[in-house]
Design a protein around this ligand. Sequence first.
Ligand code: URA
Length: 299
Amino acid sequence: MSHGDDRQRDLIANLDFHVEAGLDLFLDEVPHDRFGEADAPEPVQAAPVRAPVAPSGRTPVVHPARDESFRTELPERGAPPPPPPQTRTFGQSAAAKPGEAAGDARARARDVATLAELEALLAGFDGCPLKFTAKNLVFADGNPDAKLMFIGEAPGADEDRVGKPFMGRSGKLLDRMMAAVGLDRTSAYVTNIVPWRPPGNRNPTPQEVAICKPFIERQIELAAPDLIVCLGSPSTQAITGTKDGILKARGRFYPYRVGDREIRVLATLHPAYLLRQPLQKRLAWRDFRTLRAALDGKA
Ligand code: URA
């Protein structure tokens, strides 16, 4: 095996490691050593950088992070601070701040009359920064006429790629949990409180949830289910308003008012949590039996 093959294998292993760790999004051309920047000495007059010549006479490959010509220019000490970097955070929205974006979302959501219109509205809504890092809008899956609606947290990488919620490992587990009580995606409508994937699978911030909340509220109103199951804490807290953690909130019914109608909301554990804590499946199983009983008019 040649040196070049070794290097390629190491680079692929390194990339795999970062993807596994959730770093699957490039925000810039080269990595930044922020710790190094903080300790960096005063900039000196830059001498022209000449690529070192290897003993073989061939110019070696220089890693961009170690190549001075790729370095971010540091301001001179004492110079006025540079203007903040331009980000697209809210730049493309009519609303400039998260509070305004949430107000804008609420006003727009009120105007749509069908789920299809709501999906189109979301596709054109630029007020949530997550839209700009996601590949696709993840609106919903399943049957919008079903009596039952599942609400998760936010799309992950699989959902972002496919454009539908609960497509990856959590989705497979959710499908098995549903099947255990005689349900599938023809008998339930499935969505999330946030319809764009947060980069690197981080949790959506409270601001992002607040901006998207008018949309999920309108989605509930238009789908008009009899029963909602919130999967995990962020969804339970956003929909029911409880501050309790999911281990306390799960298994309970909460009222959710839409006009003069009351929808029952059952909180349970998120399938992603169950994949990490399989012993907790016994609690989810109890909740799904409660769900079945509620659908059968016995709870
Ligand atoms: N987790 C969620 O909360 N929603 C999805 O769609 C996928 C994973």
